[in-house]
Design a binder for this molecule. Structure first.
Ligand code: SAM
Length: 231
């Protein structure tokens, strides 16, 4: 295992029932059950105010929707973290830095993360600064809450942990790992509805296969994502 121990994800959410959700299944679920990584979903509402455990209020300055209160969220963060907890404090947010495979790899090599899930119109700006939250986006679209985004981030990290995937886990040839999208895959049957497997892949010539894959990866990347091609 990398680093000093297990990858620990602590999620602050108004919907803890959403976790582990899909991460309780398949390879991530097996690894969770085996203790390769851990997940704690904590209910922000436990720190809500008054009889109704209020967590939100109207936006200062007016406007639609509600905003998660800074004091409530700060209390939830403080209760979740020991003072010396070394984990990065992330907040899922469409305003954040777009998540990349490089960032995922760095996170997976570390001790885990505290992940704050926003809801409503978002969270009071002051808690972001006061608790040093790093905003992370999973793409240029708006979700109804940070939970699905947190599941995406954790899934991407967990599959890289040693022992989670089989030997295909090396991931060195996967999309984004080398500035390229991945080459196309084929398996049986040899002919599918008149579409044969490319001849190079059946040649048994490993150098030729590697060359073909490299060329295809470059072609696909040029066509689809010229923006990620390393210069
Ligand atoms: N009013 C906010 C804005 O325009 O930027 C959107 C708030 S959204 C409805 C509620 C929450 O969903 C956000 O606080 C954030 O936690 C989460 N969220 C929405 N889109 C996201 C994205 N693309 N990446 C990460 N988190 C997202």
């Amino acid at each position: 295992m990398l680093g000093s121990g297990m990858f620990r994800a602590t999620v602050l959410t108004l919907f803890p029932e959403m976790f582990p959700g899909p991460l309780g299944l398949s390879l991530a679920g097996t690894a969770l059950a085996e203790g390769v990584w851990s997940l704690e979903a904590r209910d922000i509402r436990d720190h809500g105010l008054g009889r109704h455990r209020a967590v939100d209020d109207a936006p200062a300055g007016g406007g639609v929707g509600m905003v998660l209160r800074a004091d409530v969220l700060a209390a939830a963060i403080d209760a979740a973290l020991a003072p010396d907890d070394p984990r990065p404090r992330l907040m899922m947010s469409p305003r954040g830095a777009p998540l990349t495979q490089a960032r995922v790899r760095a996170l997976a090599a570390g001790p885990g993360a505290l992940i704050v899930c926003g809801r409503f119109e978002g969270v009071d700006e002051r808690v972001i600064a006061a608790r040093g939250l790093e905003e992370v986006s999973i793409g240029d679209y708006v979700l109804s809450g940070g939970e699905v985004a947190a599941l995406v981030l954790i899934d991407a990290c967990v599959r890289l942990l040693p022992g989670v995937m089989g030997k295909e886990a090396s991931g060195a040839e996967e999309s984004f790992e080398n500035g390229l999208l991945e080459y196309p895959h084929y398996t049986r049957p040899r002919d599918f509805e008149g579409r044969p497997i490319p001849e190079a892949l059946l040649s048994g010539d490993h150098a030729r296969i590697a060359r073909w894959r490299r060329e295809e990866a470059e072609k696909i990347t040029r066509e689809r994502r010229a923006d990620i091609l390393s210069s």
